[in-house]
Design a protein around this ligand. Structure first.
Ligand code: ZN
Length: 484
């Protein structure tokens, strides 16, 4: 609740500053000492870029190619490597200066995954109940012939502690923490997700500390189409590793119901493997600035995806709209003053090796990173953008918002982080940005088998492309440094 109130407050603060700033600009006579933030020419070009983006289908075609022609791009997979080569090739075609940044990445592969209830109240002799589940990324396997154990259901970490070791030891724990669909329905999808994902990430460690031999988590998403939602999980040094899977909304409901009536026994088979680390790459492509080529504005998305669907909304769309920024500027023959650097990050989903390596290798050059944008929060209608940086910078962003307001995307949300891959830059003071999307439906598909290209609405993707392009170009041509 607190974070909701905080966010609403910040939105109003942003709007207030925005409104106040726009008014100040309108009232200044031409000889005013107020520093110029954007030249008339830059403002006109931003509008031109916005219109071109709203008309373009470049990002849509790239999203389709990454989703349908290449497919799921789990780190270490042949598809991830193919995507690296494809995107590098496309950026070279646009005449950009392209390099591959070498990374040593984890290589986890999913195997078979099956679950069935083999004992429960009222069971007809010789039957079972199928459980729809999926291994969490990084999970170890069960024994080759599966794991059979009683299930104990808890709703949260507190309940786990309350029932204690005597009720948990030798059993499989189901964390039945419900994704808050009401919260998502009013536009706080990200907040609902972060809360639920805590069980996905930390559930195995918490359960193993009380002697559990396996862990199930209710899917961290809003789908009610019996889809399991995968995602990264963690183990901790000194805590026994146990197999971990997410069960669908429906199956979590059933297990919870049956467990209230008596013993529930599950047979769980998971055969994932963690292979030796392998080599992969961030794709980096520069559109050199005309006046300050050593100052960099990053536009980015992540190229890897989970393996259940096609990684269309997460995050082919983000890569594609980022690629489109360079495409539009080429098409319009506009050159930014600062360098616009496209980055397709590798390994966002299960390691963040791409984002971390980039920040390490650029450590001496952080002050030259003028701003960073990452598109990784969906592909729905954008209402504006998130900004992770100093509140004093908000007036500098108001002219960008004013232009985006024309397409219904004029809001600014002051936040602490804008994207997983750019976080290492954000934490070193680089002003960071992301599109602010309508998240009402995003988590129905995110990390599931239904993250497929058909979920992309062409008009919304075009709006999304306009937000990132106007923002990137505006930042690249800002006449003043941003407070940081
Ligand atoms: Zn993502």
């Amino acid at each position: 609740m607190y974070s909701k109130i905080k966010q609403i407050f910040v939105i109003f603060l942003g709007l207030f500053l925005l409104g106040a700033t726009v008014e100040i600009f309108a009232q200044q006579p031409t000889a005013s000492p107020t520093p110029v933030l954007y030249t008339e020419k830059t403002l006109a070009q931003m509008k031109q870029i916005q219109q071109a983006a709203l008309q373009s289908d470049f990002a849509l075609r790239q999203t389709a190619y990454l989703s349908y022609n290449i497919g799921a791009r789990l780190t270490g997979s042949p598809q991830a490597q193919r995507a690296v080569e494809y995107v590098a090739g496309e950026m070279r075609k646009l005449g950009l200066d392209v390099r591959l940044q070498k990374l040593t990445v984890p290589h986890w592969v999913r195997g078979e995954e099956r679950g069935e209830l083999v004992e429960y109240d009222g069971m007809a002799r010789g039957t079972k109940q199928k459980i729809v589940l999926t291994a969490l990324g990084g999970s170890i396997a069960t024994a080759p012939n599966g794991l059979v154990a009683d299930v104990v259901v808890v709703n949260n970490f507190d309940e786990l502690t309350q029932i204690g070791r005597k009720n948990i030891e030798g059993k499989i724990v189901l964390f039945n923490n419900k994704f808050d669909r009401e919260m998502a329905a009013i536009g706080f999808g990200g907040q609902a997700y972060r809360h639920a994902a805590g069980y996905r990430g930390g559930g195995a460690i918490a359960a193993a500390r009380f002697g559990a031999i396996g862990v199930l988590v209710r899917s961290a998403g809003g789908s009610q189409n019996r889809l399991a939602h995968t995602g990264a999980m963690r183990y901790a040094e000194g805590v026994k590793k146990i197999p971990a899977a997410a069960v669908s909304f429906e199956d979590a409901e059933m297990i919870d119901y049956l467990a209230k009536m008596g013993k529930v026994k599950i047979k769980l088979l998971l055969t994932p493997q963690t292979l030796p680390d392998t080599t992969s790459y961030n794709v980096i492509a520069d559109l050199k600035g005309s006046e300050k080529p050593d100052e960099i504005v990053i536009v980015s998305g992540h190229l890897d995806s989970w393996d259940l669907g096609q990684g269309a909304i997460d995050d082919a769309a983000g890569v594609a709209v980022s690629m489109q920024v360079a495409y539009l500027l080429r098409q319009l023959k506009i050159r930014p003053k600062r360098t616009i650097r496209f980055v397709a990050w590798m390994n966002e989903e299960n390691g963040v090796v791409g984002g971390r390596t980039y920040a390490q290798e650029e450590a001496a050059n952080i002050s030259k990173h003028f701003a960073a944008i990452e598109s990784d929060l969906g592909a729905n209608h954008p209402v504006g953008f998130h900004f992770a940086g100093k509140p004093e910078a908000l007036p500098f962003l108001a002219p960008i918002s004013k232009i985006l307001k024309e397409q219904g995307a004029g809001l600014i949300n002051l936040t602490e982080e804008a994207g997983t891959d750019i976080d290492p830059l954000t934490s070193k003071g680089v002003p960071s940005f992301a599109q602010w999307f309508d998240t009402r439906t995003y988590f129905n598909y995110h990390h599931t088998a239904a993250d497929t290209f058909d979920k992309i609405v062409p008009r919304e993707l075009a709006e999304n492309g306009a937000v990132i392009a106007v923002l990137a170009y505006g930042l690249a041509n800002l006449e003043q440094p941003l407070p940081r």
